[in-house]
Design a protein around this ligand. Structure first.
Ligand code: BJW
Length: 228
């Protein structure tokens, strides 16, 4: 990677697929036959909180049975070794990047292992002490919900991400369909600021044509090949 200083890596559900975590769209996608766009909303949480909590409880439990794969490990090695700027922005709510050892990481769509108080906005580790029926440890309200960015809500750390996109020499997208904004627009923003762009995905995404280079295949093979 000659002359590259600052790298921004965006990851999506495809990077965790080989660990056994289901993706959202396509065959075998999540939500028991529901389209994620129909149920992953604040309105769905208000209408049927039991369904939404059950879904996230199951996902949280399933997380204990999965492990980081070769792609997560390769990005963690890059993180440890890369002397320039690096930011891994994941849309995933699993903790497989951090379990693989990634440090320069942020979760733009929230985290399964975190709770958000809808009343005061505090974020707390989910833990056994924080089922949905518990009071918020900060404000005492019964308003804890999964710390997940639903459709119509603002993803986390957008200012920091946009600053990193403006500084990036290379933007790399791994395992995302490019169906969900604002993440789907990052490639255009990075290009606008002069970054080189690389997509690694099993199949063409909705934004493939925006990338200078595209590599097709499983992340567990492509990402280690790219990092080494
Ligand atoms: C492999 C592989 C292997 C498989 N190796 N690859 C009209 C136009 C534009 C925007 C909008 C619009 N109407 C509404 C909007 C906004 C909306 C949106 O984008 N809607 C679209 C449906 C159009 N977005 C929002 O509401 C967002 N907020 C927002 O916009 O706020 C306003 C704002 C304004 C200005 C600036 C900033 C913000 C919030 C979006 C929240 C998304 N939340 C979810 C749920 C998270 C929790 C959970 O896990 O339950 O996030 S939805 C779901 O989709 C999840 C994912 O992070 C996200 C993206 O999915 P991802 O990761 O791409 O997965 P898949 O399944 O789609 O794709 C997997 C890919 O991997 C595939 O391509 C496979 O081929 C590939 N693959 N195996 C490599 N082994």
């Amino acid at each position: 990677m000659p002359n590259m200083r600052n790298i921004l890596v965006l990851t999506g559900a495809g990077i965790s697929a080989e660990s056994g975590v289901a993706t959202f769209r396509g065959p075998g996608g999540l939500w028991e036959g529901h389209r994620v766009e129909d149920v992953c909303t604040p309105e769905a949480l208000a209408r049927d909180p039991a369904l939404v909590h059950r879904f996230y409880d199951l996902r949280r439990t399933a997380l204990a049975g999965v492990m980081p794969n070769a792609a997560h490990r390769a990005l963690a090695r890059l993180d440890a070794a890369w002397p320039g700027g690096l930011l891994i922005v994941t849309q995933n709510v699993d903790d497989l990047h951090e379990r693989a050892g990634a440090r320069r990481l942020l979760h733009m769509h929230g985290e399964l292992l975190s709770a958000l108080c809808a009343a005061c906005g505090v974020r707390e580790p989910w833990g056994d002490a924080l089922p949905p029926q518990s009071e918020c440890p900060n404000c005492g309200m019964l308003a804890l919900r999964p710390d997940i960015v639903f459709f119509g809500e603002m993803p986390y750390q957008m200012e920091r991400i946009e600053a990193a996109l403006a500084e990036a020499d290379l933007f790399v997208s791994i395992g995302t369909s490019g169906a969900v904004y604002p993440a789907a627009g990052f490639v255009r923003l990075a290009r606008h600021h002069g970054a080189d762009t690389l997509e690694m995905n099993l199949e063409p995404s909705e934004g493939s044509h925006w990338f200078a280079e595209t590599r097709r295949g499983p992340a567990g093979r492509l990402v280690p090949d790219w990092v080494e």
